[in-house]
Design a protein around this ligand. Sequence first.
Ligand code: UT7
Length: 369
Amino acid sequence: MNPRATWKAALPVRIAGLGSHLPSRVVTNDDLAQVLDTNDEWIRSRTGIRQRHYAAPEQATSDLAVEAGKAALADAGLGIEDITSIVVATTTPDHTVPGTAPLVAAKLGTEITAFDVNAACSGFLYALRVGTGLVATGDEAVLVIGAETLTRIIDPEDRNVAILFGDGAGAVVLVPDDAAAIGPFDLGADGSDPSMLWTESGGTRHPVDAAVLEARTQFMTMRGGDVYRNAVARMSASSQAVLDRAGLTIDDVDLFIGHQANIRILDAVGKRLGIPGDKVHITVDQHGNTSAASVPLALTDARDAGRLTTGDTVLLTAFGAGFTWGSTLLTWQPGSPGRAADHAAETAVDADEAVGTVEQDLAGGGETA
Ligand code: UT7
């Protein structure tokens, strides 16, 4: 493990709001068996997946992200005017250029800092680290969203991949709070063989052309067994690393929320860590693998199911293409937004004045250089 890829301290940051969005179309295993050489028994026994959600043709990742973001803001009791940065974790952006976060920001009605993080299925853990760092260094409230429209990059004819993935988005609002803690983090990446899980074409190395379309390499492919073994090893080691760094043991963890790729992977990681099954939250049966959306979707689902109590220690971990992996601990402290709302009220006038000046400039009313 690269010791530089770690963050030793927990930071005084709290999740003030949680939200999620799942497209309304549900696709069951039986639905897939109508069009693929597969069946419900194989999918359930090998993956634990029973159904997944598919975005409508007119929906893209930013649309799902916006809905999750609005839900998290409402949950936090904040408006978009209270947010100072937006981070969107996605590996299925609306477009190669620009990023998805600026589109999300525009749809939410703001011109604040907005950028993407792409760490595939570990994307939310990476974005959470970035967001936590932003709050710890002065941001007043950060909206961190994990959002994916994976069904756009899976080959509907490839049963190895098509049965696994779904679409969705989850979001958190992060605020400073001296009584709260997120961290330490353990993040890492091994890009030595990206072909284990990748979309080979469509980027700058292999732009899409007729040969690509013929070979269908614009779709995601995976060496399932290799990914499985690496996922179990990396998520177990990374989870243990944050526990060690925090001076905790697995007995201190109240709820374990791992990346929802395969119930067998979660079972294997749980066994390695020695955490009882009733402390492992499972949503893969309902959502399939939603990549960067899976951890915030599962966290929201756990809260909605009444599985999070104030003061609980929650262990989050994820693994994905790259390979990338990441883990962190958080102390569950829901409640009022506190300092973020106070600060927003203090600074609202200044911000309005600044926006007024820019708008004048853009309209040609300001001074020119
Ligand atoms: O977020 C990280 C991304 N991905 C993952 O974490 C996925 C990690 N990998 C996995 O979850 C598992 O490797 C899979 C679920 C993808 C596959 O499970 P497996 O137990 O490793 O099965 P397998 O690939 O070894 O395939 C076993 C058999 C094969 O047939 P033969 O060669 O034994 O005759 C496959 O052709 O199952 C066949 N098979 C299927 N059969 C019915 C593969 N896909 C299907 C399918 N339906 N959808």
